[in-house]
Design a protein around this ligand. Sequence first.
Ligand SMILES: O=C1O[C@H](COP(=O)(O)O)[C@@H](O)[C@H](O)[C@H]1O
Length: 249
Amino acid sequence: MTAGPRVVVHPDKQSLADAAAARLVTAVLDAQTRNPEAQVALTGGSMGSAIIASLARTPGRSAVDWSRVRVWWGDERYLPAGDADRNDTQNDEAGLSVLGLDPAKVHRVAGPEASASAEASADAYAQTIRQHGQKAWDVVLFGVGPDGHVASLFPHHPAQRQTDAIAVAVHDSPKPPPDRVSLTFECFERSHEVWFLVAGGDKAEAVAAALAPGADRWDVPAAGPRGTDATLWLVDTDAASALDRAALD
Ligand SMILES: O=C1O[C@H](COP(=O)(O)O)[C@@H](O)[C@H](O)[C@H]1O
């Protein structure tokens, strides 16, 4: 069973990031009452860094035992460690280190300097998830591209159709860089909570398309992932502008 999408509209990008950060603190605390460790999958892009920056500033973060949080990425651009275009680098620059995570529990996707190919990196990441992952992610964060992509699962891209795998190599990505590693839809199915964080008018059509009844993930990947407990669309007013607001209230 999965939870149908629920939309929460915030006035602007900053208040969305701040509210999502506060929500994440609560979700992590809850997860740590269920299990020894909380499992969180981070995301890149504009909102992926915005939530980390807000988290690093929120006083409520001190309530969490961050040494009991295991951090993953839903996708990574297949670039060398430290490259400014990597999702983890952008999250680091936003303040990830301020949280006090245990570096051994921060699971980064290997880049070309540490793996023979994106395929080898995807296999190694899947292996690490098998070793350390619990039965399900507690929270998976997604940004959404203007084309409706999530993680590195793009519309009409064959990597979307990979089954029987936790992680997949993505080549010829329509958004640079061309080579990436992404977790699969199959893997994201094991999520308690899935949160889409979306700000900006350039994302409005993608948000409306993903939330349209009967939306197909092949056309709009963001229509795919759902949590077993919650599927939250945390959006700002601009990103919500193509939604039928009457239907949201
Ligand atoms: O390439 C990617 O894009 C999305 C969204 O990025 P944005 O800058 O349009 O917000 C991101 O969530 C994803 O993780 C990433 O690799």
